[in-house]
Ligand binder design. Sequence first.
Ligand SMILES: Cc1ncc(COP(=O)(O)O)c(C=O)c1O
Length: 132
Amino acid sequence: MAWSSFDVGTGAWESALTNTESPGDRIVSFLIGQFGLLWIDQQKRLNFNVDVVESEWGQGANLDILESKLASDRAHTIKAICIVHNETATGVTNNLVKVRSHLGEHSIYFSSLFFNDRGHNYNEALLKNLSF
Ligand SMILES: Cc1ncc(COP(=O)(O)O)c(C=O)c1O
């Protein structure tokens, strides 16, 4: 499993995905607000197969759905997980430690990529908890 995290920038989203994934690859992408929406729009325009998990805006990502998708993906079709850490538009912070823990529970996912748009929310303690 690889880890990619970056501060801000639509260009960073694009370069991270296009340098590691191929058109048609399945990406599980969480939508909880405007920046997730913009990222997903970009993923679709780049011709990825985007599996959107939307929660009501103002709420955090539904990570139970991630868990069940990972558990049922025996053919390992999920090539990347995309999640905004702090959704600037709503102020909601997603629980990346829980995402990391779900990935660890499904060790089959060692070759998957975990993309996190960290926004302005640099947090060294969090990064330690996410160690791979
Ligand atoms: C969480 C988050 N992601 C992405 C962006 C997009 O960054 P940029 O406008 O530099 O492309 C922003 C901008 O505020 C943001 O807050």
